[in-house]
Design a binder for this molecule. Structure first.
Ligand code: SF4
Length: 370
């Protein structure tokens, strides 16, 4: 609800159908509104020209379309990465990032990735992540998740082609809203994204990994792994105390057996912590249980959050060590990608998203009241 009006943004088609039915309109009107909102990015009822005038008037009285307001847009001077600071209807703020591919990439002209947030803050407190220092405020609604993509798209010319749920928050702790958003993002009558160009990343929620498999979700799965040693992983990610490595690998094996889809293992290389030959062998052993790709990620400084204790002591492995770790994995025929530092100069690289002033006044939000 927005005031006394129903917010139509983010409603799954079935709910939109129920809404138009409650107004005495046939179901196809819901499909028309759905297409206007997501396919044509039209948010004013007056511009929905295939709806009868009388219906548009009624919509204006009882419904509205809420969208995100852009507080700040920053662009990296080195690689073109763009970071957005969005404000939500309640004044809370989130960040999202648009990442162009490296110029050397084979699909450099065609790929443009949106990294979106799923929560305001995050409760998981991973020790290498700026978002973790914010604490948790609330889950994002489907409209707020979709809105990051649709609003960002209106501000850049190049079409967004890929979406990764790797921004602020743990997607699996907001499972239903994330999946509702994905349904709209991938609906042919909605935003039309190909599911295989969408990746959901988790810190390791075993039940939800299995649920994705059981529900045969077509999007890709990534696991924020970083170590196969329980002790090391627990130091980096407190959630690892709840779900141990064995349980996690069992869940990934279950996922692969059910979906036949490869899993991306994200691995930040820390100097002297998880970068030994034994770490390589543990990854090789895990990779024999299910099909996977390893994404090696350089550690991006979160010094701007003034980390203490274990966080403050974390140091990224030097580039030559990252390349040598990758080469060792490749010798075992494991597909490996080394992620770039895209956006590091604007604190938009992996693990750097954080909003420090997320309690600004709510007047600035962009409700498109009709
Ligand atoms: S890495 Fe992801 S799960 Fe961990 S604190 Fe950051 S946002 Fe949360």
């Amino acid at each position: 609800m927005i005031g006394s009006k129903i917010n139509l943004n983010g409603l799954p088609l079935q709910q939109l159908e129920a809404f138009v039915a409650s107004m005495g309109e046939p179901a196809y009107r819901a499909k028309q509104i759905f297409a206007w909102l997501y396919k044509h990015k039209v948010v004013q009822f007056d511009d929905m020209t295939n709806l009868p005038e009388s219906f548009r008037q009624k919509l204006k009285e009882i419904a509205a379309v809420e969208k995100l307001s852009v507080v700040k847009k920053q662009q990296s001077q080195f690689d073109g990465t763009i970071k957005f600071l969005f404000e939500l209807a309640d004044g809370k703020q989130i960040e999202s990032v648009l990442i162009p591919p490296r110029k050397s990439a084979v699909d450099a002209d065609s790929r443009f990735t949106a990294c979106v947030s799923t929560q305001v803050g995050c409760p998981l407190d991973c020790k290498f992540c700026a978002t973790g220092t914010m604490g948790f405020e609330r889950n994002l609604s489907p409209a707020e998740i979709i809105g990051q993509v649709s609003t960002a798209q209106t501000l850049v010319e190049k079409p967004i082609t890929n979406i990764v749920f790797m921004g602020m928050g743990e997607p699996m702790l907001n499972y239903d809203n994330v999946m509702s958003a994905i349904e709209i993002l991938t609906s042919e009558n909605g935003m039309g994204f190909t599911p295989r160009r969408i990746t959901v990343s988790t810190a390791g929620y075993v039940e939800q990994i299995k649920r994705m498999a059981d529900e045969q979700r077509k999007v890709k799965l990534a696991l924020s792994l970083h170590s196969l040693n329980n002790e090391t992983r627990s130091k980096l990610m407190p959630i690892a105390k709840k779900f141990g490595v064995d349980e996690l690998l069992d869940a990934l094996e279950y996922y692969f057996k059910k979906t036949k889809k490869s899993v991306m293992l994200e691995y930040i290389l820390f100097d002297g912590l998880n970068d030994t030959d034994n770490d390589v062998l543990q990854l090789v052993k895990a990779s024999r249980r299910f099909e996977c790709r390893v994404n090696l990620i350089p550690f991006h400084s979160i010094a701007f959050t003034h980390p203490r204790g274990f966080s403050a002591a974390l140091k990224g492995a030097p580039q030559e060590k990252i390349l040598s770790f990758a080469a060792k994995l490749r010798r075992y025929t494991i597909p490996v990608f080394v992620r770039s530092n895209s956006g590091e100069d604007i604190d938009a690289a992996c693990g750097q998203l954080a909003v420090t002033n997320s309690h600004s006044e709510p007047e600035a939000h962009a409700l498109v009241a009709q």
